[in-house]
Design a protein around this ligand. Structure first.
Ligand code: ADP
Ligand code: MG
Length: 493
């Protein structure tokens, strides 16, 4: 693992380096909100998940949700970060129509999690390490609805008070590609831990993207912060257009002003929202309604012991235990469901099968089907045992690879849940290795095409055409090597 290698951008006056730091807001996976018992369920009728605390009724007091704290600690441990046994909550004061308290409860000087790091895989062989500055807990705001009425705006407070983890990176990334890979890896880790489901379409993971440019070797330039970018693709696009914009300004003799900007994907540009506010503008102060959060080391140790095997460790183990390539292992571990499915199939019934073949079928046709249906691989209809049997059938020479593809289509569609071995028998899909049957099919193909058989003698390239004819005749079930051998003998090649 190395530090980032710069990919320089060519400007009119020379090379530029882009510097990126991300603030990722990850919605905590918990049933109740950070300081109230209201549900965090997505998609409820507007204002159906709002307690008196979330609505900021007078006299209401926040009560910390233990599970949200546990999720933040688990995440911090997975990021190899320092867990702060003592942290505090602060009020960040600002007016928002969808934040009835008039302030957000956040953590400022003393966050729950301190410095950590993430290994980011750029290619299976090349990883960089990106530092994590801190992780803190804070409340989400509600949502203003401006498109419901021509004359009024509405507010939906369902999301108001839901727990967020803000995960702040160091300015360690040097290209859009690295930033995209960082978010992808962070999302994978959050999903393994179970602390955030990482669904960017639902807004469960959003990033504020800080971008600056500088001449290689110079100190950091002034940054702009692009707010609330909600897809990995847009994060990459926003960085590229923002870096170009900044280079253009500096090369024209101007200077970058620190500000908050918005990315407009339709127009492919960033636009100024407001000049950068400073921390003191928010009048942070310790929330008098909440005691400092103090954690027992024994509880932290217990959470650490409950963590699952994480992607980096799993990748190393898959390479060592199953002889997979770094590429295959990287693809398989990115998603925990896929990794578990692979391992269950490789080990099924004792498991002496070719793990590489299991990986290939899983990453190929099976993942394609899962992606097309937007389902995890474990829910496509084929069990891990079913995949193991399919690979075994090929290994035993019972079916060819081509028949296996057809068989998989059946198992994912009309024959969901069937046992692959029984299905092969029921449909008569066994590969024909019986030389008598193959010779009869060869004879028939030659008899039906006497002219071509004659031509083939001088043109061995015709062999492939005849193999195709025989395969057609046998419904694709003949062993291709046996067919080729029989044809060569019959045609005298
Ligand atoms: P704030 O809290 O005001 O947004 P921080 O210092 O916490 O400021 O930084 C926020 C984010 O900006 C971090 O992810 C950090 O890595 C990133 N960052 C800081 N300086 C730069 C810079 N010069 N260029 C790009 N990103 C930067
Ligand atoms: Mg910021």
């Amino acid at each position: 693992m190395t530090v980032s290698e710069s990919k320089l951008i060519k400007g009119a006056t020379g090379d530029w380096e882009v510097v990126i730091g991300l603030e990722v807001h990850a919605q905590v996976n918990s049933r109740a909100k950070l300081f109230s018992a209201a549900s965090t369920e997505f998609g409820g009728a507007p204002n159906s998940h709002v307690s008196l605390v979330d609505a900021a009724m007078p006299g209401m007091l926040p009560v910390i949700n233990r599970e949200c704290v546990a999720q933040a600690v688990r995440t911090g441990l997975a990021l190899k970060a320092r867990i702060n046994r003592r942290s505090t909550f602060d009020r960040k004061n600002y007016f928002y129509p969808d934040l009835p308290q008039g302030y957000q409860i956040s953590q400022y000087k003393s966050p729950i999690v301190g410095e950590g790091e993430i290994q980011v895989d750029l290619t299976p062989e090349r990883s960089i390490r990106v530092g994590v500055e801190r992780l803190h807990l804070e409340q989400d705001a509600g949502k203003s609805l401006h498109d419901q009425s021509p004359t009024m705006s509405f507010v939906d407070l369902n999301r108001s008070g839901v727990a967020l983890m803000e995960i702040v990176s160091k300015p360690d990334m040097r290209s859009a590609e690295e930033a995209r890979a960082y978010v992808g890896k962070l999302r994978s880790v959050l999903r393994y831990v179970g602390s955030c489901d990482g669904d960017m379409e639902k807004g469960n993971l959003r990033a504020d993207v800080n971008v600056s440019v500088r001449r290689p070797g110079e100190p950091l330039g002034t940054r702009c912060e692009i707010k609330n970018v909600n897809s990995i693709r847009f994060i990459g696009q926003a960085i590229e257009v923002e870096a170009r914009r900044q280079i253009g300004i500096i090369e024209d003799g101007g200077a970058i002003e620190q500000e908050t900007r918005l990315f407009d994907p339709a127009r492919g540009e960033t636009r100024s929202m407001r000049s950068k506010e400073e921390a003191h503008d928010y009048r942070y102060f310790p929330d008098p309604d909440l005691l400092p959060l103090e954690l027992d080391q024994a509880w932290i140790d217990q959470l650490a012991a409950g963590l699952p095997e994480l992607p980096d460790a799993k990748k190393a183990r898959f390479i060592a235990d199953y002889g997979l390539s770094a590429y295959d292992a990287t693809v398989l571990v990115a998603d925990r469901d896929t990794a578990d499915f692979f391992e269950a199939a490789a080990k099924h019934g004792g498991g002496a099968r070719d793990a590489k073949a299991v990986a290939n079928w899983l990453m190929g046709d099976l993942s394609a089907s899962a992606n097309a249906q937007n389902l995890p691989v474990s829910e496509t209809g084929l069990s891990s045992g079913g995949l193991a049997t399919l690979v075994d059938l090929i290994g035993e020479g019972v079916i060819s690879g081509k028949i296996a593809k057809d068989l998989l289509v059946m198992l994912l569609g009309p024959d969901r849940g069937a046992d692959p071995r029984a299905l092969v028998e029921a449909r008569g899909l066994r590969q024909v290795t019986d030389t008598g049957a193959i010779e009869r099919a060869v004879e028939a193909a030659v008899a039906a095409n006497p002219g071509k058989a004659e031509q083939a003698k001088g043109k061995p390239g015709m062999l492939g055409w005849f193999v195709g004819q025989v395969m057609k005749e046998t419904g694709g079930k003949a062993n291709p090597q046996a067919v080729s051998d029989a044809l060569k003998a019959r045609l005298g090649l």
